[in-house]
Design a protein around this ligand. Structure first.
Ligand SMILES: [Zn+2]
Length: 360
């Protein structure tokens, strides 16, 4: 009941445009013209993104402050953004950091510590990391070796997996603390990949987890799989950036998944075999929003949606999913011009026999 009241309150605040219990988290890798396009934005585009945030009165806040506020159900400025970088590539220090420092804006670098420890070319050094940490940088965990967290190795038991992944997390957390004095216990999943085993382990170790599927974050979000907007490749041109930076968290009260359209068997995980057409069900606070939602799937365009009982939105892919990471993205217009509610679901699709086949 209290939660429902909060939700109504949040929706009311959204429509007034004053404040919100929500924020967007922006995710970058390289800020360079010379790195793989799919994970890069050019320095010029990054500068345009930052200028847009400045010109449109966004509050760029420290990640931990935003997470704390949302956990406590406190409201945040209506346009709140968190800036994050994964992998600690050198262009973050040379290209992005000067623009952030100039504005006195906080940011977070999720670092996989092994390449930094090995002094690998293309990555920042610990000294540069300390410089960033002293000027608004939060340094957080991206595992030691950038591993595919949900995957069991050949012949590995679940217990062995748990030990290996715990080690990945704790080694990185320890190295970050030794080098920068920080230990915030927030992880960005490498490749954005997680499943329920990974989330359970993270929760047991007291971590918060960031994925990399789209959506704004809010008090009701899953703090073990928080969405972020990745920019690079086809994502991040100014019209795309504007839409995402201004997005609102979809006011859902429940999210359910089913393995197939019969919806007989609730399905609590996100890993599905090739050929599946998993179903996403969103319970919405408000029937008028349910009726306005459109959903899309990676490589399929618009997909089938149906509103049941007024506030329940059911979405299913048109075509069977093929191996890889697949997202269902659902959006709906809000009462604020140019601001869309956004909710996404990532599926990890194995081959028909449950083997992991995709890379990167
Ligand atoms: Zn990464």
């Amino acid at each position: 009941m209290i939660r429902s009241l909060w939700m109504l309150f949040t929706v009311a605040l959204f429509s007034l445009g004053l404040s919100a219990q929500a924020a967007v988290v922006l995710q970058y890798h390289h800020v360079s013209e010379d790195t793989p396009p799919s994970t890069s934005v050019t320095p010029a585009l990054f500068a345009e993104h930052m200028q847009y945030l400045e010109d449109n009165d966004f509050e760029v806040l420290p990640m931990m402050d935003v997470l704390e506020a949302l956990k406590k159900g406190e409201s945040l400025p209506s346009r709140t953004a968190v800036i994050t970088f994964d992998d600690a590539y050198d262009s973050v220090y040379t290209e992005a950091f000067p623009l952030l420092k100039k504005r006195d804006w906080p940011f977070t670098v999720f670092v996989n510590t092994n390449p930094i420890d090995a002094g690998r070319r293309g990555f920042v050094t610990w000294e540069q990391m300390r410089d960033m940490a002293e000027h608004g940088g939060t340094i957080a965990n991206h595992t030691a070796d950038h591993t595919f967290m949900p995957r069991l190795r050949d012949g590995e038991s679940r217990a062995q997996w748990r030990e290996r992944i715990t080690d990945e997390l704790m080694v990185a957390e320890k190295r970050i603390e030794e080098e920068t004095g920080q230990s915030v216990k927030v992880l960005a999943y490498p490749y954005g990949e997680y499943d329920n085993h990974v989330k359970d382990l993270l929760g047991d170790l007291g971590f918060i987890g960031f994925a990399q599927n789209s959506g704004a974050i809010a008090s009701h979000s899953d703090f073990l799989a928080l969405p972020r907007y990745p920019f690079g490749g086809v994502f991040g041109a100014m019209d795309d950036f504007r839409t995402k930076a201004n997005s609102l968290a979809m006011p859902v009260t429940d999210v359910r998944r089913y393995q197939d359209e019969t919806r007989r068997k609730a399905f609590d995980d996100v890993v599905v075999p090739a050929g599946s057409r998993p179903v996403l069900v969103l319970e919405l606070e408000d029937a008028s929003i349910a009726g306005r939602i459109n959903c899309f799937a990676s490589r399929q365009g618009a997909i089938k949606t149906e509103v049941v009982d007024g506030t329940t939105l059911v979405a299913i892919a048109n075509e069977p999913l093929s191996p890889g990471r697949v997202q269902y993205n659902c959006t709906a217009g809000s009462s604020e011009r140019g601001r869309f509610y956004w909710q996404s679901q990532q599926w990890l699709v194995t081959d028909k026999d449950g083997n992991w086949v995709h890379q990167n």
